[in-house]
Design a protein around this ligand. Structure first.
Ligand code: M6R
Length: 359
C-alpha cells in the first residue's frame, strides 16, 4: 500500500534510511561485527576471484561492490552483465565464486548464468530481496536484502540495500583475511551515518524538484559524469532518468568525454557531475569546466568535504567507499520529479516490466 504517496517510487526512495538500519540490525552484532554464515565466508575465502553477475540496476550495484570487495577484502572481483556473460563467458580464474545480485530473484538472464555455474560445479551466492525466489533456491547460499517489497519498476531501495550488504560482506571477508582496511572500517557507524545522510537528502525534496525542473524538463538528453566509483553511480543515475522520464541520458567516465562525446555538448545540455572522491575531485571539476565552456548547463553533486562555493548540492560526508549510497539518492529524486512533472506514470514506465523473465 502506498499510503499517502502518489507513487510507490517516492515511498521506496524515502524508505532507504530504514533499509540501512534494518540491514545493520540483521547482519551486525551488538558490537557492530558482521554476522554472516561461516560456511559462506569459508567458501568465499577459498576463491581466488569473485564474479558479480547482474542486470540493470543490480549490475550497477555490482560495479560498486567490486570496489568494496577489492578494497576491503583484497580479492580480485569482476562484474558482468548477465545477458552477456551467459553466452560469452570470459576465461575464469581457477577458483571462481559467483555472486548474483537480483532484487526479484527471477531475472531470466541472470538465471541462465546460474544454470551454467551450477553445471560447472562452482559455488555461488544470491543476494536478493525475495525469499525462495528462483535464483535464491538454485544458488549455494542466499543473503536477503530485507528491503521490503519493491513495487515501482524503477529500482531504488534494492540498489542501496545491495551496496550496503556487499559492504558488510566485504568487511566480514576482509577481517577473516586479516585486512587492516577491513578491521579499521567501522561499518556500523558508517551505516548509521549513511542512514542519517539519506534522511537529510530526502528531506530536501523541494530543492531537488526545482533542480529537476530547471535542468531536466526542457532537454531531451543529459549526461551524468564522474570518475571511479562516481562513474559507477553515474550509470545508475542515467538509467533512472532514461527509464522513467524518457530523457536520453548517459553515464560517463568524465575523463573520457574529451575523447569524442564532448562533441554532443551544445548550449544548455545538462551535465551533472558527481564529485565524492578526493583523488579525482579536481579532475572531474576540470572536465565539467570543459563542458561549461561549450555551453553545457552544469550541476555538481558533491561530498561536503570536497565542496566549494557554488556547488549545487552538497551531500553529507561518509566514508568515500560508501558515498554511492548517498550520491544515488538525489539522482533517484531528479528522475522521479522529471517523470512526475512530465505527467508520466512514474511507477509503470512504458515498455518495461518489474521483473524480466525472458532472455
Ligand atoms: O530483479 P533484478 O534485480 O534481477 O532486476 C534487474 C533489472 O531488470 C532491474 O534492475 C531494472 O534494470 C530496473 N528496472 C532498473 O530500475
Amino acid at each position: 500500500d502506498k499510503g499517502t504517496y502518489p507513487f510507490y517510487m517516492l515511498k521506496e526512495v524515502d524508505e532507504q534510511p530504514n533499509v540501512m538500519r534494518k540491514l545493520a540490525q540483521t547482519y551486525l552484532s551488538e558490537h557492530g561485527e558482521p554476522q554472516i554464515d561461516d560456511k559462506l565466508i569459508k567458501a568465499m575465502q577459498a576463491a581466488d576471484r569473485l564474479y558479480i553477475i547482474g542486470a540493470g540496476t543490480s549490475y550497477h550495484a555490482g560495479l560498486v561492490g567490486k570496489r568494496l570487495f577489492e578494497r576491503l577484502a583484497h580479492i580480485p572481483t569482476e562484474v558482468h552483465v548477465s545477458s552477456e556473460f551467459a553466452y560469452e563467458q570470459p576465461m575464469l580464474a581457477d577458483k571462481p565464486f559467483f555472486i548474483f545480485l537480483t532484487q526479484s530473484g527471477e531475472t531470466a538472464d541472470s538465471r541462465e548464468v546460474l544454470v551454467n555455474v551450477n553445471d560447472a560445479g562452482y559455488p555461488s551466492l544470491t543476494i536478493t530481496n525475495v525469499q525462495n525466489s528462483t535464483l535464491s533456491r538454485e544458488a549455494s547460499y542466499t543473503l536477503l536484502l530485507h528491503a521490503g517489497p519493491e513495487i515501482a519498476v524503477a529500482s531504488t531501495k534494492a540498489y542501496t540495500a545491495q551496496i550496503a550488504l556487499e559492504a558488510i560482506l566485504a568487511k566480514a571477508l576482509g577481517e577473516v583475511n586479516g585486512q587492516i582496511v577491513a578491521q579499521n572500517f567501522n561499518i556500523r557507524q558508517q551505516l548509521g551515518l549513511v542512514a542519517t545522510g539519506m534522511q537529510a537528502i530526502v528531506d530536501e525534496k523541494a530543492k531537488i524538484e526545482d533542480l529537476a525542473n530547471n535542468y531536466l524538463m526542457k532537454s531531451n538528453r543529459a549526461f551524468y559524469i564522474g570518475r571511479g566509483i562516481d562513474h559507477a553511480v553515474s550509470l545508475e543515475a542515467a538509467l533512472k532518468l532514461k527509464e522513467i522520464s524518457y530523457v536520453q541520458a548517459e553515464g560517463f567516465a568524465s575523463g573520457e568525454l574529451k575523447h569524442g562525446t564532448i562533441a554532443l555538448i551544445e548550449k544548455d545540455t545538462p551535465v551533472i557531475g558527481f564529485i565524492t572522491q578526493a583523488k579525482t575531485a579536481g579532475l572531474t571539476r576540470s572536465n565539467l569546466q570543459e563542458t561549461m565552456a561549450r555551453g553545457a548547463k552544469t550541476m555538481t553533486i558533491v561530498r561536503e568535504g570536497l565542496a566549494i562555493d557554488g556547488d549545487t548540492l552538497v551531500l553529507p560526508d561518509v566514508d568515500e567507499m560508501l558515498m554511492p549510497l548517498l550520491t544515488v539518492v538525489p539522482a533517484q529524486l531528479l528522475a522521479y520529479y522529471t517523470s512526475l512533472n512530465k505527467g508520466l506514470d512514474v511507477d509503470k514506465p512504458r515498455n518495461l516490466a518489474k521483473s524480466v523473465t525472458v532472455e
